[in-house]
Design a protein around this ligand. Structure first.
Ligand code: 5GP
Ligand code: ZN
Length: 113
């Protein structure tokens, strides 16, 4: 999609540090990391958020979720990680291309809100 930062990252128009890629999804470092490991996992096909249920391809969704564990294993993540997706205004979603934050590398805040 035109003017979508994450589409441009997937297409390689905007450079990124890649951690994982398959036919459905792409994973790269967050530009403003909130933890020692902060990776964004996105479907290659543009969809704005989890709210666009009918537009999300099940295979792409599964690939994003599976990618998190694959990346964690590849990076030797110990003691767990958090996978989160901000959906809409109340969750402060700032980029309107579905993405999952993979956070790890330290004891994360117990607060989710
Ligand atoms: P949200 O607030 O929508 O859940 O998360 C968007 C995330 O995208 C933020 O953590 C922000 O740091 C990250 N981000 C925004 N623009 C860019 C960019 O151009 N490159 C990368 N790598 N991350 C970005
Ligand atoms: Zn997009």
């Amino acid at each position: 999609m035109k003017d979508c930062i994450f589409c441009k990252i997937v297409e390689g128009i905007i450079p990124s540090t890649k951690y994982y890629e398959d036919e459905h999804c792409y994973a790269f470092s967050d530009a403003n990391p909130m933890a020692p490991i902060h990776i964004l996992i996105v479907p290659k096909k543009h969809v704005a958020s989890l709210a666009d249920l009918e537009q999300i391809d099940d295979a792409a969704l599964a690939a994003c979720l599976r990618a998190a564990e694959k990346i964690a294993q590849k990076l030797g993540v110990k003691d767990g990680y958090r996978l989160a997706s901000n959906c809409g205004k109340n969750a402060h979603q700032s980029v309107q291309h579905l993405h999952f934050h993979l956070l790890a590398g330290e004891k994360l805040s117990p607060k989710m809100g």
